[in-house]
Ligand binder design. Structure first.
Ligand code: NAG
Ligand code: NAG
Ligand code: NAG
Length: 482
C-alpha cells in the first residue's frame, strides 16, 4: 500500500509536468465589459511591457485576437454561457465556431491559441441549473470540431468552474468531494477532460470567503503564515487558497482522477466597492500570491509550480454588480491602464507598466452647483438615474469615496454619468442641480475620473440614451410622486 501510494505520487508529478508542459509565467484575465475599453493594441502592448505571456479571454473577439497576432502571447479563448445551448445542440454550430474563432486565427493570423474555455462558471448556484444540461454536450461538440479541424493536439478544451462545484464536509481538504447535486455531471466532465488530455480549470476567490462570512479569519485569506493553521493528517494549511485548491485535488483523487492537471483560471483581489476591497489588501494578496508563484511553490498536495491567471488586468465599469459593488474593481490597472499599486510580476523590478499613448477627454467635470437646493425634489431621481446609467460603486460605506458628504456624493454621481457619456453637454443637465467645472473635485482618497477617448462610433450608438436624460429624470420623478 505504502509503495503503491508513493508510486502514484511519482507518476502524478510526472504526468502533471507532461500534460501542462512548462508552466510559463503568470497569466492574466482580459475582460471587456467596459463602457470605454482601451484599444486592443494598447492592451497587448501593456501585456508585453509587463512580461505577461499568457492571457485568458471571455469570448473570441476578432479585434482582440488580431491584436494578439504574432505577439508571442499564449491565449485561452472563451465561449460565453449564452452560446452553450446552440453549441450543445448543433455539431455544425460547433464546427463553425471553431473554424471562425480558432482555426482562422491560428493558421492565417498566427495567434497562439492553447485553450478554449467552454462556458464560464456555468454551474454557479445563481444560475439555477440553467447550463447543467448543455455544458458537457457543448464541450464534446467543440472537442470533436477541434479534432476534425486538425487542432486536437494543439488546442485543449476546459471549463472554468466556480469553486463551489466541490466542497468539504469539514474544514479539512481531505473531506472534499464534488457538490452532491452535480456530482455525477462533474464526474462525466472530469472523465471527458481526462480522456482528452485537457486540464480542469477552477476560479478561487479568498476575497469572496471574507466577503460572505463576517467571521472568516482575515489572515487566512492571505499568505503570511496564519497563526492557527489547519492540520490535515500532517499537511498544514495556513491559507484558504491552498485549502480550497487541495479540496479539489481530493475530490478528483477520490473519484479516480488524482492526476488531472489543474489551472487556476481566476485569482485576485478587488480594490474598491467593499470594506475589504482596498488597495492595501489587493496588493498584499496579489504580491503574496506572486511571490509564491515566482518561487515555483504550489500547495501541500501539489507542491510544484501552479498554472494561474490573475483576475484581472483592467477594471470593467459595465460589469453586473449583482454579486457586489466590488465587481467593477478587480483590475491591477484602472480603466485607463494606470497601475493601481506596486506589484512585482517577476519580470521587471520596479512594478507594473501602465498603458502608453492613452488620450483623455478635456479636464472638465460635472458637479453639483454650489447654489443648488438640496431639498429640491429633483435630487433623488437625478442621482438615481446617474448611478443606474454610470458607475457609483466607489460611493458607500468604507469605499474610496465613502468619506464624501451629501454634496460630494451628488457631484460624484453626476460626474460619473457625464464622463461615461463622453462629456457631452446634455449629460450635465440635471435640472437646476449640475454645472460643468474645470476645478478637479477629487479628494486624496476619491478620484473624480476624466474619461478616455474612444472611437467616435460610440457617440452614435449612444445618442438616444444621452438625449433622453431630462425626460427620464422627469418620468422617474413623476412615477415617484404617484
Ligand atoms: C465567434 O465568437 C464571437 C465572440 O464570442 C461570437 O459572437 C461569434 O458568434 C462566434 N462565431 C461563430 C461562427 O460561432
Ligand atoms: C433563480 O431562481 C431564483 C429564485 O427562484 C430567481 O429569483 C432567479 O431570478 C433565478 N435566476 C436565474 C438566472 O434564473
Ligand atoms: C453617499 O452615497 C452613498 C451611496 O449611495 C450612501 O451610502 C451614503 O450614505 C451617502 N453619503 C452621504 C453623506 O449622503
Amino acid at each position: 500500500m505504502g509503495f503503491a501510494k508513493f508510486k502514484g505520487c511519482f507518476v502524478l508529478v510526472f504526468c502533471v509536468g507532461l500534460l501542462v508542459g512548462s508552466v510559463s509565467g503568470i497569466g492574466v484575465n482580459w475582460g471587456t465589459q467596459s463602457s470605454h475599453p482601451l484599444p486592443p493594441s494598447t492592451v497587448v502592448k501593456m501585456l508585453k511591457d509587463n512580461g505577461i505571456q499568457k492571457v485568458k479571454l471571455f469570448d473570441a473577439d476578432s479585434d482582440i485576437l488580431d491584436a494578439l497576432k504574432k505577439s508571442g502571447i499564449q491565449v485561452m479563448v472563451g465561449i460565453p454561457n449564452d452560446m452553450l445551448y446552440t453549441l450543445a445542440n448543433s455539431v455544425q454550430a460547433a464546427e463553425k465556431w471553431v473554424s471562425k474563432n480558432i482555426s482562422a486565427h491560428v493558421s492565417s493570423g498566427g495567434v497562439d491559441i492553447r485553450y478554449i474555455a467552454v462556458g464560464n462558471e456555468p454551474f454557479l448556484s445563481t444560475y439555477n441549473g440553467t447550463f447543467e444540461s448543455t455544458t458537457l454536450p457543448a464541450l464534446q461538440n467543440i472537442q470533436s470540431a477541434l479534432i476534425k479541424s486538425g487542432l486536437g493536439n494543439q488546442v485543449k478544451v476546459t471549463v472554468p468552474m466556480n469553486a463551489d462545484v466541490y466542497l468539504s464536509s469539514s474544514d479539512k481538504p481531505s473531506d472534499g468531494d464534488f457538490r452532491p447535486d452535480i456530482h455525477d455531471l462533474m464526474l462525466q466532465i472530469v472523465k471527458f477532460l481526462s480522456q482528452n488530455n485537457a486540464p480542469f480549470t477552477v476560479n478561487i476567490y479568498p476575497f469572496i470567503s471574507l466577503y460572505l462570512d463576517a467571521n472568516f479569519p482575515v489572515d487566512f485569506a492571505f499568505f503570511n503564515g496564519f497563526q492557527t493553521p489547519i492540520n490535515d493528517n500532517g499537511r498544514i494549511y495556513d491559507n484558504v487558497l491552498d485549502a480550497n485548491h487541495d479540496t479539489l485535488v481530493w475530490a478528483l483523487q477520490k473519484n479516480g482522477f488524482g492526476n488531472l492537471p489543474i489551472i487556476v483560471g481566476e485569482i485576485g483581489w478587488p480594490t474598491d466597492g467593499n470594506r475589504n476591497a482596498n488597495i492595501q489588501y489587493a496588493q498584499r494578496f496579489n504580491q503574496g500570491f506572486m511571490s509564491r508563484f515566482l518561487a515555483g511553490k504550489g500547495t501541500p498536495i501539489r507542491p510544484g509550480p501552479i498554472d494561474a491567471y490573475l483576475f484581472s488586468l483592467i477594471d470593467e465599469d459595465s460589469k453586473s454588480i449583482q454579486p457586489g459593488n466590488f465587481e467593477r474593481h478587480w483590475g491591477m490597472f484602472y480603466f485607463d491602464g494606470k497601475p493601481k499599486y506596486l506589484l512585482s510580476l517577476g519580470t521587471r523590478t520596479n512594478g507594473l507598466v501602465g498603458a502608453s499613448g492613452v488620450s483623455y477627454l478635456p479636464k472638465k467635470w460635472c458637479v453639483l452647483k454650489p447654489s443648488a437646493n438640496l431639498n429640491s425634489d429633483q435630487v433623488a431621481p437625478s442621482v438615481s438615474y446617474a448611478c443606474q446609467n454610470a458607475d457609483c460603486t466607489s460611493l458607500g460605506y468604507e469605499t474610496s469615496c465613502g468619506g464624501l458628504d451629501v454634496r460630494g456624493n451628488l457631484s460624484y454621481a453626476f460626474n460619473s454619468y457625464y464622463q461615461v457619456n463622453d462629456q457631452i453637454d446634455s449629460a450635465c443637465k440635471f435640472p437646476g442641480l449640475s454645472v460643468v467645472t474645470d476645478n478637479d473635485p477629487s479628494t486624496p482618497n476619491c478620484k473624480f475620473i476624466i474619461m478616455i477617448q474612444t472611437d467616435s462610433a460610440y457617440y452614435f450608438r449612444n445618442w438616444r440614451r444621452i438625449w433622453s436624460l431630462p425626460i427620464m429624470v422627469f418620468v422617474f420623478l413623476f412615477l415617484n410622486v404617484m
